[in-house]
Design a protein around this ligand. Structure first.
Ligand SMILES: Cc1cc2nc3c(=O)[nH]c(=O)nc-3n(C[C@H](O)[C@H](O)[C@H](O)COP(=O)(O)O)c2cc1C
Length: 263
C-alpha cells in the first residue's frame, strides 16, 4: 500500500525510527520490515533522512541521491552564528553591478531546503532587474490611495517618474529586488530570511521593503497583472531589495532586549 516511497527491504532492520518521525501515519513495521500504510504522505522525506540503514527513497525524487552529512560535527557554532546575526545591517546603498548568475544560483540554492507548511514547497520567486522601473511605475498607481496615510508613499507617488532610479524613496539606490510569493505568508518570510542570510555570507546586502509589499495588500489583483507567470492564489508576502553593498558598517549598535513573556 502506498506509493510514495521505495523501501529497500534488504537494508531495512525494522527499527521503526521512520515510523516515529512520520506525521502522516504512512509507515508501519511488520515482520521486522517497514512498509507504507497508504497514509497521506506529503513527501517530506523525514523517513529517508532518519533511516540509519539508508533504506528509503522518495519516489518523487528517484534518481536523485541524498547527501550524507557528518554526524560528529556541528556546522556552525552558536557564538559564530550570533555574531553573524548581530553584525547584519540593512544595506540601502549599492555599487552599480548587478548580481551575476553564480550569485543568483547560490541565493536560490539557500532556499531549497526551507521548511514550508504541509511541505507545499510552494514559494515562487521573482528576481526583478530590467523591469524595475516599470514595476515601480506599476505600484505607484496601486499605492496612490495610500498617499494621505503614509508620507513615504506620498513622496513616491509625487515623483514625476516613479520609475526613475537613484536615491529612490522606496528602493534608495538599488536596482534589483527579490519577491517571494506563497499561499501561506510565513513560507515566504522564512524563505526570504534564508536568502538574506546567504546574501550576507556572499558579501551581498539588502533590506526588506514594507512599501513594495504594501502594493499586494492594497490591490493584489492589480499587482499580479505585472507577474503573469505567478499564480494569483499566491500573494507577495516578502520583498528583499538586494545588491552589492557600497556601505561598510563598522560596529554593532545597541538594541532593545527581546521581550519574552512566560506563561
Ligand atoms: C518587514 C520589514 C520591512 C522593512 N521595510 C523597509 C522599507 O520599506 N524601507 C527601508 O529602507 N527599510 C525597510 N526595512 C528595514 C528596517 O528599517 C531596518 O531593519 C531597521 O531600521 C533596523 O535596521 P537594521 O536592519 O540595519 O538593523 C524593513 C525591515 C523589515 C523587517
Amino acid at each position: 500500500m502506498g506509493n510514495h516511497l521505495v523501501i529497500d527491504s534488504s537494508k531495512c532492520v525494522g527499527c521503526g525510527q521512520c515510523v516515529q518521525v512520520c506525521i502522516r501515519d504512512n509507515l508501519a513495521v511488520s515482520d521486522g520490515k517497514v512498509h507504507e500504510t497508504g497514509g497521506p504522505c506529503f513527501d517530506c522525506g523525514q523517513c529517508e533522512a532518519v533511516c540509519p540503514k539508508d533504506a528509503i527513497r522518495l519516489v518523487r525524487y528517484e534518481g536523485r541521491e541524498p547527501e550524507e552529512y557528518d554526524q560528529s560535527e556541528k556546522v556552525i557554532e552558536y557564538g559564530d552564528m550570533v555574531e553573524f546575526l548581530n553584525r547584519r545591517r540593512s544595506c540601502r546603498l549599492f555599487v552599480g553591478e548587478r548580481l551575476d548568475e553564480d550569485e543568483v544560483a547560490k541565493l536560490f540554492e539557500a532556499v531549497r531546503n526551507t521548511p514550508t507548511a504541509m511541505n507545499s514547497m510552494g514559494v515562487e520567486y521573482v528576481l526583478l532587474t530590467d523591469r524595475m522601473p516599470d514595476f515601480l511605475r506599476h505600484i505607484a498607481r496601486i499605492l496612490e490611495p495610500e498617499r494621505a496615510r503614509f508620507p513615504r508613499i506620498d513622496q513616491f507617488c509625487s515623483m514625476e517618474d516613479p520609475g526613475r532610479l537613484g536615491r529612490h524613496p522606496l528602493i534608495w539606490d538599488a536596482t534589483q529586488a527579490i519577491m517571494a510569493f506563497s499561499e501561506v505568508p510565513a513560507d515566504s518570510v522564512i524563505a526570504m530570511g534564508r536568502i538574506e542570510m546567504a546574501a550576507y555570507t556572499m558579501g551581498l546586502g539588502g533590506f526588506y521593503s514594507l512599501w513594495i509589499q504594501k502594493a499586494d495588500e492594497v490591490d493584489h489583483e492589480a499587482l499580479m497583472d505585472f507577474f503573469p507567470d505567478v499564480p494569483r492564489s499566491k500573494r507577495m508576502n516578502c520583498v528583499f531589495v538586494i545588491g552589492h553593498p557600497k556601505t561598510r558598517y563598522r560596529r554593532t549598535v545597541p538594541r532593545d532586549d527581546a521581550v519574552v513573556h512566560r506563561y
